[in-house]
Design a protein around this ligand. Sequence first.
Ligand SMILES: [Cu+2]
Length: 145
Amino acid sequence: MRTLAGLVTVLVLGACSPQADGVKVDGAWIRLPAVAGQPGAAYFTLHGGREAETLVGVSTRAADRAELHDSAKDGSGMTKMTQIASLDLPVGSQVKFVPGGKHVMLLGLVPNVHAGEKVPLTLRFASGHEVTAVADVAVPGAEQR
Ligand SMILES: [Cu+2]
């Protein structure tokens, strides 16, 4: 019976992790750091779907850890990054992750990721939905595309 219960659980989980309903990710790219060992960053545009979703995490085989960050200028004009726990994606909204703004910080980049490669980024939502986008890896210093 225990085996059967396990099998049923797997089937149910399989059925419950569909693509987020209508959420789309486009223009995904990763910028490599100028100095090896420094973090890289991932950028993309998120398009809200037919249900409100909340982005809670990103993962990629290109890095040990990926954090959601936002950037803002402080009083002295310096740009500071802060980690954000989640990001709301209302129905029909569009949120851009760009250099100098929201970004995904890639910590512990694997050493064999090179410019010109394509690397999958998996975005996880609070609903349990996931969306995987393919990111183009760009050279250090590349600007928004
Ligand atoms: Cu950052």
